[in-house]
Design a binder for this molecule. Structure first.
Ligand code: SAM
Ligand code: SF4
Ligand code: SF4
Length: 340
């Protein structure tokens, strides 16, 4: 029986973070060199992660996305993927990666049973990539995209966070690049994730602006009419090329949000902006049965009233949501811990 929350939103999509570590330092996510990391012994083993997933699936979860930090840093990830792919109830098994380690892992991920892959790519310019991520790995990311295109996933997406004055002149080049490699690009509005990212509303390029810019170059852009709880609204260029826009900041989609997140150490968060979560690792390690976990999950989800991005709309738009000193004390508040 699917679980629903206080706004009748079903429990369907689970983002499963497998690590809080990352090999990039994206300006908009993790700009500092060092962070308070989750203790290693607190990370869920693959067996524990699969047991928690098994508690979610009877309640309606049929989509699982592996994320991080950078999920490809987690050793033997294909083992977890194979185990999840063995569960037919999971109809959609996807992964979000920065692509740096993808060239040598794409084939194994595909063969382990991963259905879909999303690669984050914010620029095609090496100098800009270095400024944005503090790394010279753009060629590795591009090689990873090629390898993923060859591996034959059901779908290949590119996610681009657009920031004013940083990469807002790359909408068209990224659309052209995505078409060339057989991927669908999704432009994401820059979100306030707090702390050192120095987010301000001025740096946000709205969905409206992006559409105007794209239409000015290509001509008319047609919305794709589809019923979906996916965060992206999809459009077509005049030649039929599809792309998406995720307007998380200016036009949030909390009303249809069926997503929740599990951190790598087993804390279940009901919203990207949630400040507290439910520790599922502790009961699991204390011997809770699957039925116990299911009851806990049902009880928590039935009380869910989160609509973080909508609430953020009504707040002061000039200062970041969570001050850096608060983030330093609580690793679970960081975007790279909660999986984006
Ligand atoms: N490391 C992987 C990656 O970058 O694809 C997976 C984790 S990352 C936290 C997941 C997604 O969150 C990425 O696509 C990233 O672009 C997005 N993200 C991170 N910070 C963001 C922000 N401030 N605004 C919008 N999207 C953000
Ligand atoms: Fe960038 Fe993803 Fe790493 Fe965040 S977790 S710094 S978005 S690569
Ligand atoms: Fe869902 Fe929270 Fe994001 Fe709104 S802000 S779409 S409720 S995760």
């Amino acid at each position: 029986m699917p679980s629903v929350d206080r706004f009748a939103r079903p429990l369907r999509s689970l983002r499963l973070s497998v690590t809080d570590r990352c090999n990039l330092r994206c300006q908009y996510c993790m700009p500092e060199t060092d962070y308070v990391w989750l203790p290693r012994e607190s990370l869920l083993t693959f067996e524990e992660a699969a047991r928690i997933v098994d508690a979610f699936t009877p309640l309606g979860v049929d989509r699982v996305r592996l994320t991080g930090g950078e999920p490809l840093l987690r050793r033997d990830l294909p083992v977890l993927i194979a185990s999840l792919a063995d569960r037919p109830v999971i109809q959609d098994l996807a992964l979000t990666t920065n692509g740096v380690l993808l060239a040598r892992q794409a084939r194994d991920l595909h063969d382990a049973g991963l259905h879909r892959i999303t690669i984050s790519l914010d620029t095609l310019d090496p100098a800009r990539f270095q400024r944005l991520t503090r790394s010279d790995e753009l060629p590795a990311v591009l090689a990873g995209i090629d390898a993923a295109a060859e591996a034959g996933f059901r779908s290949l997406k590119l996610d681009t966070v657009i920031m004013r004055g940083v990469n807002d002149d790359e909408l068209v080049p990224l659309l052209e690049f995505a078409r060339r490699v057989g991927a669908e690009v999704r432009f994401i509005e820059y979100m306030d994730v707090g702390g050192a990212t120095q987010w301000t509303m001025k740096a946000v390029v709205s969905r409206k602006e992006m559409l105007a810019h794209i239409a000015a170059y290509y001509g008319s852009v047609t919305p794709i009419d589809e019923i979906s709880s996916a965060p992206a609204d999809r459009f077509r260029l005049p030649d039929g090329t599809p792309f998406g826009i995720i307007s998380s900041t200016t036009e949030p989609f909390c009303a249809s949000c069926d997503r929740s997140r599990l951190t790598a150490d087993g804390v279940w968060l009901l919203c990207l902006y949630a400040t507290t979560g439910t520790d599922l690792r502790r009961p699991l390690r204390a011997g809770a049965s699957s039925e116990d976990l299911r009851q806990l999950i049902t009880a928590v989800w039935s009380m869910r009233a989160d609509r973080g991005a909508e609430e953020r709309l009504g707040m002061d738009r000039e200062t970041t949501l969570v001050p850096i000193r608060t983030l330093r004390k609580n690793a679970h508040l960081e975007m790279h811990t909660r999986g984006g």
